[in-house]
Structures are given as C-alpha cells and as structure tokens.
Write a protein that binds this ligand. Sequence first.
Ligand code: IPM
Ligand code: MN
Length: 352
Amino acid sequence: MKSYNIAVIGGDGTGPEVVREAVKVLEVAAKKFKLKLDYTNYDLGGARYLRTGEALPDSVLAELRKFPAILLGAIGHPDVKPGILEKGILLRTRFELEQYINLRPVKLYDERFCPLKAKKPEDIDFVVVRENNEGLYTGVGGIVFKGTPNEVALQESVNTRRGVERCLRYAFEFARKRNKGKKLMLCGKTNVLTYAFDLWERAFHEIGQKDYPDIKREYAHVDATTMWFVKNPEWFDVIVTDNLFGDIITDLGAMVQGGMGIAAGGNINPQGTSMFEPIGGSAPKYTDKGVINPLAAICAGAMMLDFLGETKAAKAIETAVIKITREKMKSLAAGKMGYSTSEVGDLVAAAL
Ligand code: IPM
Ligand code: MN
C-alpha cells in the first residue's frame, strides 16, 4: 500500500472548515484506491502570529520541507496588517520551497454557474501556469524619503533566465501531457514591459522551437487576455505568464468557472514539496458559520493526489465533484449552496 505524509495547514478564517471537508473526501479516496495518507497538522496563520509574534518559524519551515505535499486552507486575518501573513507564510513557503509554478485550472463544471452568457463546460477548460517565485513578488525595491513630498517608491520585477526557462518548460511539458489543444499561449505585455517580456518572449520561442515543435505557440498581451477570458474563453488551452499577471488573470478565471467556491490551485515544485490550496482566501465574515463552499479545497486535494502520482484517485474525486456540482448544488457561493459546508463534503464523499 502506498503511503504519503501530508502536512495540513488549516490557517485562517474558513480555511480549517474547508480543509476538514477536503480531508474527509481524501480519506474516502484513500480507502477506495488503497492508499494511506498520514496527516500532520500545523498551527499557522493569524491567530498564531497574534499569540507569538511569529508568522512562520524557521523550524516549522524546515519540517515542511520533509513532506511531499502540503494542503493549505487559507492565510489572512482581519487583525493583522496586510502583507505580514501573506509574505511571512504564503510567499515565504512558495519561495523557500521553490514552488516555482502556480498551477490554476479554469474549468466550468456546470453552465448554470457561469456568469458568461451561453458558455458551456466545453467552452471553458483551460489552465494557467503562473510563475510563482519571481516577477514583482520578490520584494526587490524600496522607499526613500518616506512620508515627505520627495518620497520615491520602487518595486522591481525580477525575471531570471533560469526562473523563466523552468516555468516555460513546465508549461510546454504540461501542454504536451494534457494533449488537448497542444498549444501554449504566453501572456505578457511586450509592448510596454520591453525588458522583462523581451526575455520571456525570446526564451518562449527558443525553447518551443527547439524542444517542443509539437506545441503551437501563441502570444497575447495581458489586457487582451482578460478581454478574451470573457469574450472567447474557448480559445484557451494552456497559458503561461509571470507572477503578477498570473495572480490577476486567475481571479478572473475563477469567476468564469463559477467563483471562488470552486477554484483550486497548486504551488508546485516538481522535484520537491508542493502546496495545494483553494484560491479564495480566508473569507473572515463566513468563518465558523458552516456556509463556505468546500469544493475548491476538495479540488485542491484532488490536485494534490494527481501531483503525488495518484491520477486515478484524483480523477475520481473530480468526477464526484462534477456530479455534485451538476446534480445538487444550488449555487457555488457561500450561504447559497442549499447545503452546509459539511453536507457538501458528505455529498462528494458519498458520490465517490
Ligand atoms: C493568491 C493570493 C496571493 C498572491 C496573496 C494572498 C499574497 O492572491 O494566491 O493568488 O497574490 O499570490
Ligand atoms: Mn490572487
């Protein structure tokens, strides 16, 4: 029997509630597919920070490195200044564990939940490969003459050939393995960001031409990409982009696929510890009310199994989620599902 050690970080707000349902479903999958999943819980997040003054102790980060995968609920607390937990926990883990890919599938499971007129599940099925370790997220920059009329703030986008290349290669490989449209679109801003996206674009074509001639290469500016997400989502197959553009377009992607209640993502280090999360955040106002949608966390659990190589189990969870989404859910929004958080977990578990 294959066994896997999983680190679980419920985190803040509704994080623990949705992770509980994800684990419930993972356990059913484990039984069905004869896997053993051992969970270790880590108390991280705003509450711990407020209690101890530490966001992520070095010793905890060192422990996290030993797991093949981490399941994360959400990070973000209303009583902690924005940036502290995000940088201190989420970004630090992404960077230090070299989770250089943020993989975000955008897939519509039921047309009732699409805000776009007349779009069907077959029209909305693409994946964003977001660079996850560089760009405007590194914290390079600074402020001088703060608080004076001469104040200057600089925030620089870091794009290394190595970082860009490994991201592009992952995206090309992904498009090949996915075997759907066999195309990869670079989303950038070559008309204005003429240094950063010059590097991206050259690397994109060099690598594509040399090593992935079977994958069709396309390019779109980020502003046009957002327009097409709404107008022609069926054009997309796999999109690769930098950290900030990826952040922005995947929130739009989440809406197009039915909302934050269903959107999951993986912070991936193909050779190391990867971290899977619902991308919706901690939703403080819904905390402990039993109304938050756990499907995104359940889908994150499925992505985790897929990463671990348990593709059949992952697929089975997704199939159960699709069935419940189509046959049971009244809405994917918090409080409107027609079921409580744990009932949705039960429904998926039963379908599985
Ligand atoms: C996300 C989030 C994070 C990001 C925040 C919380 C730092 O928005 O995972 O998309 O910007 O990457
Ligand atoms: Mn985001």
